[in-house]
Design a protein around this ligand. Structure first.
Ligand code: PGA
Ligand code: ZN
Length: 363
């Protein structure tokens, strides 16, 4: 971090002092030029993004408007559906589950705050269920529980139990979502899943089996980042089926416009996970979301597993019209901070406020 600050003070500051901060696109262009590399390796994304977002926030302040309003203007009135990572596995926990994130996506109540309430109730019921089963209720990186379970499907069953106990309707009020993060268990063309080495096709068959049994609305990184053909095959079958689910590319796209364009061209996914610190500037983030939307893809604004209390992504999600936000579980301050900011945004919008609800998953 000190290195990023040094780059800002010594390399960026001399070239941006005096630039009109209200012209965000021009400023971001200058930042990219100073860096000069394709992947921002000279200055680092931390330095570039820090300056880009600081300028964006200063412009909003100078215009006397909130950040989401500065970004999206008068039409930015619709709040995203939260994808809440309540059960952690994969690299975010050490419990042996292959799948990294088991999420709930409450679409109910017509307002973000109602969906947040539902998620929170389900999270606490899940804790109770785990305790009753003598399973650990310690949390992983993103605030979800990380119990040792028999297999991945048991995690889905636990989410179903918690949702049913909550009284919300499974598959109507609340859906399930997964981030498989499968690149983590892909090697030599095969997936090491639940102790066996299987092909992308076989893994896709497992997902389809689960989709028939559980209301899974969204599946992120079901296949490895360079296994394009498995993505394509899965999407083709998904498009042809009657219960279309959201197929999200995270590691597949790394928020990179070239990879997103390829995904659109090859119909390898139908949604983009947006990681701001991956792409590295506000203007590029905006363009990535616009590119996704122009192809009918949905966009999921995302936190990182390593996070701070910074809440910018909450404003970005509303300002850029993202259908969903993925910002962890219902505990750990760095996760709840984003939900609290969305509550403030809802309050500020007032009577005009809208919520994506089930439309977030309609294609
Ligand atoms: P990361 O995880 O921040 O560890 O990359 C988040 C995700 O995979 O969606
Ligand atoms: Zn992911």
């Amino acid at each position: 971090m000190l290195h990023a600050i040094q780059n800002i003070n010594e390399k960026i500051a001399p070239k941006v002092l005096g630039v009109n901060p209200l012209d965000q696109a021009a400023l971001d262009e200058i930042l990219l030029k100073i860096d000069g590399t394709e992947n921002k390796t000279a200055l680092g994304a931390n330095a570039i993004l820090g300056v880009s977002l600081a300028c964006l926030k200063a412009s909003a302040l100078s215009n006397g408007v909130s950040l989401f309003r500065h970004i999206g203007g008068e039409k930015a009135n619709r709040l995203p559906v939260p994808l809440m990572n309540v059960l952690n596995g994969g690299a975010h926990a050490d419990n042996g589950l292959d799948i990294q994130e088991f999420m709930v996506a409450p679409v109910c109540g017509g307002r973000f705050s109602e969906s947040l309430r539902a998620g929170s109730e389900i999270f606490h019921l899940l804790k109770k269920i785990l305790s009753e089963k003598n399973l650990s209720t310690a949390v992983g990186d993103e605030g979800g529980f990380a119990p040792h379970l028999k297999n991945n499907e048991e995690a889905l069953q636990l989410l179903v139990m918690a949702i049913e106990k909550s009284g919300y309707r499974l598959g109507e009020d609340v859906f399930l979502a997964l981030d498989v993060a499968s690149t983590e268990f892909f090697a030599d063309g095969l997936y090491k899943f639940e102790g066996k080495k299987i092909s992308g096709e076989e893994l896709g068959e497992i997902y389809r089996g689960w989709s028939r049994k559980y209301p899974i609305a969204s599946m992120e990184d079901g296949f490895a980042e360079d296994d394009w053909s498995s993505w394509q095959k899965f999407c083709k079958a998904n498009e042809a089926g009657k219960n279309k689910i959201q197929v999200v590319g995270d590691d597949l796209f790394v928020t990179n416009p070239k990879r997103i364009a390829r995904g659109i061209e090859e119909r390898a996914a139908n949604a983009l996970l947006v990681k701001v610190n991956q792409i590295g500037s506000f203007t590029e983030t905006k363009k990535a979301v616009e590119l996704a939307h122009s192809a009918g893809f949905h966009a999921v604004m995302s936190h990182r597993s390593g996070e701070t209390e910074d809440v910018t992504i909450a404003d970005l999600s509303v300002g850029l019209g993202c259908e969903q936000i993925k910002t962890g579980s219902l505990c750990r301050g760095e996760r709840t901070a984003k939900y609290n900011q969305l509550l403030r945004i809802q309050e500020e919008i007032g009577t005009n406020v809208q919520f994506w609800g089930a439309d977030a998953f309609r294609f």
